[in-house]
Design a protein around this ligand. Sequence first.
Ligand code: ADP
Length: 268
Amino acid sequence: MRRSFLILGILSLVIIGGLVLTKHMVSKEIALAKLKSDFVSNVSHELRTPLALIRLYAETLELGRITTVDKRQQYYRIIRKESERLTALINNILDFSRIEAGRKEYEFRKTDIAELVRNTLDSYRYQIEQQGFALEESIGTNLPALELDREAIARALVNLINNALKYSDNEKFLGVKLFRENGVVKLEVEDHGIGIGRNDQSKIFEKFYRAGDPLVHNTKGSGLGLSLVQHITQAHGGDIAVESTPGKGSKFILSLPVTLPADSVQAA
Ligand code: ADP
């Protein structure tokens, strides 16, 4: 009798354990399915807006109604900016699908990271200032050459800059800092925007994840940017961290290990 009860008890425990595990897995799948469906609607929305603007401005130009040169230039600029936005989004999605399929390859070349950061900032400076942001840049000198995939690191920086611009409301500040600290080169992107709650800080690097803040909800996004930044950084043997206070702002810190150039190793 006692043995039968014992066996019954063990069986009940196994069944309960199985049920708990199944519930856990099903809710994880449901959460992922919801994230995916949000992603599809976010991305469709993100694709539709720039396309509609490009069409509108191109049609207006085509009709020849714009007589002043300044106005025409402004329309051309909007078309260029919106196409760049589309390209960035599509590049993110393509990169993401390559990563998911395990086909993403990086081309590491010895790179002057200070020049790379300066060039990337130069192509965004106009947009940053146009949106009313104060840009503070501090790029260290005498940084060692790093083995980097130029395009990937530039994309990571662009994603961080775009986020800083998107998630700032009252105080429009963007700080970009590049410096060496012991064995790593650090690239920091700081804003004085809405900030990120403690609970969200560990989740924002997951694919599709977007925080629940109303400003985030009303801002276009796919939830892929930071997961790409993390993948790119880790592929370089580095790390990404965030420091943030809700309502005060955020700082993303990308650390890349210094690999000594072969000739200096030889010299040593
Ligand atoms: P997306 O911006 O397309 O939503 P990301 O992966 O780039 O996707 O970011 C994920 C989430 O992290 C954002 O939805 C937002 O909630 C939060 N986030 C990222 N960067 C910032 C920032 N600089 N300030 C506040 N929140 C941010």
